[in-house]
Design a protein around this ligand. Structure first.
Ligand code: CAA
Length: 416
């Protein structure tokens, strides 16, 4: 297993992101949270500073700095504003299907435009009735002559309306079990493709989350990702393996940002003739918060390093661990920051309630944390064969016999 590697290049992009976050993002974070609009000046800053090419390989016009660099950038942006962090990260989510499954032609066509920031990209997987159970989607794509006709609706499309390109997952073979779904690259505007309900959200209000509707959208066969039908679910899952470290980094950024506000406030706020930072109860809270953030960061970088090293066998597990652990940390630390601010923390005049609102969705999107832990457990169970020899040290007669008796009793009762 590879150790955590942070290249000079990744550090460089982290510094660029920190500068953009402090000079451009933080000053406008509250405003865009209030008005719930996309911050155009922030997008311009991404483009001017080359941030949209960070994770895209050099051969496709990017900087080739990898997923570690992507995570460091997302952390810095999210430290200033969680909504802005995801507005950036979702371009990686949208582009990963092309990177993992696209034809050479598709990669050459789309990735350089994304890297230069000329086009933004979004990811259309979830539906009203297909959230955690992504494989049960209903959106259909039917081959008619040389074109696929897409009909259906997608839910929770982050960056929808702002993005120019959409990776859309649809059913091409309803009778197949494992090759039911295919992915398509759909550009906007295309007749029949519309942005419908724009959600009014608790947090990440700087980025739009919308319904995307496909009412007989016609795309050529060249829009079929990888040129092969039936690979969509696999491509979606591989995409999420690469993208989840980015959500985890968003969690770390939110937690780090809230922690910094909490420490700053604790040093200033006087009660009982002393500042909060000198009180044991608050020091205990700050100590726990700081340790959790550092542990989460370590896990994110571990998952991102494995993804960059192409360690497929462990990326699925580590990405799920990092995503669930770091976003739970984000929720805990941002909630504690509000607690340290007391009544002020609950008020919109103060910055920390936004961190808490922004953190909530990170436990939900790109796979709920409950799904992540199921993924982790599935991997652990799969890997149990690696240490099967220790089974000899567990005496099994007693509990196996009990299990057998109980099963027989249940069977007898069922028979009446
Ligand atoms: N890589 C490659 N292939 C994979 C894979 C992976 N990580 N995970 C599964 N597969 C393959 C399996 O090998 C299997 O292939 P075969 O049929 O050839 O054997 C196939 O996919 C089906 O796998 P499962 O039986 O494990 O599938 P499942 O139906 O049990 O679902 C799941 C697994 C983990 C629950 C999955 O559905 C999942 O991740 N759900 C959560 C969905 C999600 O994250 N949605 C978020 C949408 S993005 C978002 O939130 C947008 C935003 O705005 C930010």
């Amino acid at each position: 297993m590879s150790q955590i590697v942070i290249s000079e290049e990744a550090r460089h992009w982290q510094q660029v992101a920190r500068k953009v976050a402090e000079e451009v993002v933080r000053p406008v974070a509250r405003h865009y949270d209030e008005v719930q609009e996309y911050p155009e000046e922030v997008r311009q800053a991404y483009i001017e500073n080359g941030l949209l090419g960070v994770w895209i390989p050099k051969e496709y016009g990017g900087h080739g700095a990898g997923i570690v660099a992507l995570c460091l950038v997302v952390e810095e942006l999210s430290r200033a504003c969680g909504g802005t962090g995801v507005a950036y990260a979702v371009n990686a989510l949208g582009s990963f299907p092309i990177l993992v499954g696209g034809t050479e032609e598709q990669k050459q066509k789309y990735l350089p435009q994304i890297a230069r920031g000329e086009k933004m990209i979004a990811f259309c997987l979830s539906e009203k009735f297909a959230g955690s159970d992504a494989g049960s989607m209903r959106c259909r794509a039917v081959l008619e002559g040389d074109e696929y006709v897409i009909r259906g609706e997608k839910k929770w499309t982050t960056n929808g309306g702002v993005a120019d390109i959409y990776t859309v997952f649809a059913v091409t073979d309803p009778n197949s079990k494992s090759r039911r779904i295919s992915a398509f690259v759909v550009e906007r505007p295309t007749p029949g493709f519309s942005i419908e309900k724009v959600e009014d959200k608790m947090g990440i209000r700087a980025v739009p989350v919308v319904e995307t509707h496909f009412d007989g959208v016609r795309v050529g066969k060249d829009a079929l990702l990888g040129g092969r039908a039936g690979m969509g679910f696999k491509h979606a899952m591989q995409t999420l393996d690469f993208a989840r470290p980015g959500v985890a980094a968003q969690g770390v950024g939110l937690a780090q940002g809230a922690l910094e506000y909490a420490v700053t406030y604790a040093l200033r706020r006087q009660q009982f003739g002393q500042n909060l930072a000198s009180m044991g109860v608050i020091m205990d809270m700050l100590g726990r918060m700081g340790s959790k953030v550092e542990a989460a960061r370590g896990l994110v970088l571990r998952a991102a390093t494995a993804a960059d090293a192409g360690e497929q066998a462990v990326v699925n597990r580590l990405a799920a661990m990092a995503k669930s652990f770091s976003t739970d940390v984000a929720m805990e630390v941002t909630t504690d920051a509000v607690q340290i601010f007391g009544g002020y923390g609950f008020m919109k005049d103060y910055p920390v309630e936004k961190y808490m609102r922004d953190a909530k969705i990170t436990q939900i999107y790109e796979g709920t944390n409950q799904i992540q832990r199921m993924v982790v457990a599935r991997n652990l169970i799969k890997e149990a064969g690696n240490y099967s020899h220790i089974g000899a040290y567990i005496p099994t007669e007693e509990f196996n016999a009990y299990g057998a008796d109980e099963a027989a009793a249940v069977e007898a009762e069922a028979k009446g």
